[in-house]
Write a new protein. Sequence first.
Length: 228
Amino acid sequence: MKIPALILLLFTLPGCMQSIKPTVKSFNTSIPGVIQTRQIGEALFEKGTVKMVPGFLVQRDSNLPLMEHLLFPPVKRGDVWACTGRLHNGDYVCAHPNLEQGDVQIDSGEPLPSRLPQFIIGRGGEFRGLYFSASGYIAVQERGLLAGLFVPADAPLSGSFKQELVYNGKKDDITKLIYREFAEDLTKPSLFQGYSFNIASLDIIQVNGVIIEVLEATDSSIRFVIKN
């Protein structure tokens, strides 16, 4: 059996992963009765509940090496890998987002494992190898491999939700706002709606149940009071 040249160490450590418990954070920046100012691109309010675990943000498109005869699809810049556990040495065990059984190929002709492995990433973001959760089997890669591919970043989990209203500037008497909702992936809106208001005739606006009095709006900023 041919062993990939990059693999320096193979060993079994059953039960060596400790699961990571998600943290839950609820927030609401909608403060009634207070005069506030926002610049263009800033949120007038944000509301939501976020379930987070440690994770890593992919910095560039890249190919993963052949590991344990498994060929994985390329990783994409901007993807966030969520970490489900930590090994005894502090390395993280993380999941490739949207990776499915059919995305992985095997060069030996053998069937794919019933449970695909997870990926080991060091505390500083260095790629370390594969973790097979069913057995605790670890395949560690050469140090420095894919250096700089990952940077630490919080990873939202299923059940996370955020909504926000963003100031989008003014043209003549028309004030523009953007309402966005995010579910699970907090980098990509699941709902995106644009609103335009003529504040020359209407200085009270309502978006998604939030009532806002616009005191002043310019091309670059808005002064307002949330009424409820």
